[in-house]
Design a protein around this ligand. Structure first.
Ligand SMILES: C[S@@+](CC[C@H](N)C(=O)[O-])C[C@H]1O[C@@H](n2cnc3c(N)ncnc32)[C@H](O)[C@@H]1O
Length: 390
């Protein structure tokens, strides 16, 4: 992460603007000063931390801009205008640093949602592994975006290379647990989901991709069908039963059907003369809770300075844990705009972080967090906690 150390920070007279970088205001607590920074369309915090007799200046990792060049530029402008006695520097500004590349692998869900926005038809493949099926489908359907989701990073790099070598541009890859990915996708935005040869987790069914929650998310995001292909009869049977929670699901069941393409795992199981099962499901009614459409709403939430201090005295560095989400009160900063609360929250395996301005209008300082079930529950809890002090 780009950073530098300085002996002296000069007086911060803000706002300040130079070379396309604006430092608008600062927010402070006893250890850290945050500088609200804007470069073109992106805003983020630079962080100044005092360590013994030096200051370390870097980006705040939870608001960092998606373009590293913006950050490097902001650090350079800050260094040249507010710092003296530079001790060491770990950031370089390349000429092309501001030029965004368009890789097949997206960095995070925010970027993914923006990239999906313009797509008309999207297929998802969960756990694409060596990518044979994903690449084949992309080639066969140039008008459809094949979105691959994998937890194993080398598989993403490998498949991105193959896609490039074959000039396939209708592929997007994201590193995530598929169970999490579905929860951030828009309602009725996906044509088809493939799950081919998932790890069967016979001894630990809770680790399976398929669960009741997953099936409900499928029902919410899918316009078309879900397809499981597996060598495990138990997994096939388990999946069928999970989808039976819906009132009128439709199923197509097949055994030992040959597809036009055989995946790496399929080849392995065929060599061992195992049976292969397909389960194709559609006609899923929407779950009652249409979580993707919900909004975070801090309307009418206002605490004055004394109330905020009382709130912070009660919750400083505390965490609240429930069965499926948590809420952790990390830091409170004071600024001319009001108090800024930093929280971590949401699912245990995918925490979100946010800065919330507790001013006249309580709001997220940067972009809104993803509307997952866990985030919504955690932020509802936060609202209640704040309300107790108003
Ligand atoms: C048995 S391999 C099958 C790979 C490929 N579909 C094939 O047929 O050759 C299962 C793949 O799913 C991935 N995987 C396991 N759990 C996952 C999850 N929760 N989300 C996304 N990918 C997952 C693994 O990393 C692995 O690459």
């Amino acid at each position: 992460m780009p950073n530098f150390k300085a002996k002296i920070i000069k007086e911060l007279t803000l706002p300040f603007e130079k070379d396309g970088v604006s430092f608008l205001f600062k927010a402070e607590n006893t250890n850290i000063t945050l500088i609200f920074t804007q470069v073109l369309e992106q805003s983020f915090f630079l962080q100044i931390k005092k360590e013994k007799n030096t200051f370390i200046i870097k980006t705040d990792k939870h608001s960092k801009p998606s373009k590293i060049g913006y950050l490097q530029k902001a650090l350079k402008v800050f260094k040249e205008n507010f710092c003296e006695g530079i001790l060491n520097e770990a950031f370089g500004l390349k000429n092309n640093a501001l030029v965004e590349q368009t890789p097949l692998i997206v960095k995070d869900f925010e970027e993914l949602l923006v990239r999906l926005e313009k797509e008309e038809k999207i297929y998802i493949e969960i756990g694409f592994g060596s990518g044979r099926h994903l690449l084949f489908k992309a080639k066969q359907n140039p008008e459809i975006l094949m979105l691959g989701v994998e937890i194993y990073t080398p598989a993403l790099t490998q498949v991105a290379k193959l896609a490039k070598a074959h000039n396939l541009n209708n592929i997007l890859l994201v590193q995530s647990d598929a169970r999490l990915l579905l929860s951030v996708l828009k309602t009725k935005s996906i044509e088809k989901i493939f799950l081919h040869f998932p790890v069967p987790w016979e001894d630990k069914p809770h680790r399976r991709v398929i669960s009741e929650a997953f099936c409900k998310e499928c029902a919410r995001v899918l316009r078309g069908e879900f397809e499981l292909r597996t060598d495990s009869f138990e997994y096939f049977d388990f999946t069928l039963k999970e989808f039976l929670i819906f009132s009128k699901p439709q199923f197509l069941l097949k055994k030992n059907e040959n597809l036009e393409i055989s995946s790496k795992y399929e080849d392995r199981w065929k060599k061992q003369e195992k049976d292969i099962y397909d389960l194709i499901v559609w006609g899923l009614d929407m779950p009652e809770q249409n979580q993707g459409e919900e909004k975070f709403d801090f309307a009418n939430l206002y605490l004055n300075a004394n109330q905020i201090k009382a709130f912070w005295q009660r919750f400083e560095k505390k965490s609240i844990k429930s069965k499926d989400y948590f809420l952790s009160f990390r830091n409170l900063y004071e600024s001319e705009k009001g108090f800024i609360l930093k929280c971590a929250f949401g699912a245990f395996n995918a925490p979100s972080h946010a800065y919330i301005l507790l001013g006249k209008k309580t709001k997220f300082l940067f972009k809104n967090p993803l509307k997952t079930q866990e985030n919504l529950k955690a932020l509802e809890e936060l609202k209640h906690k704040i309300e107790q002090f108003s």
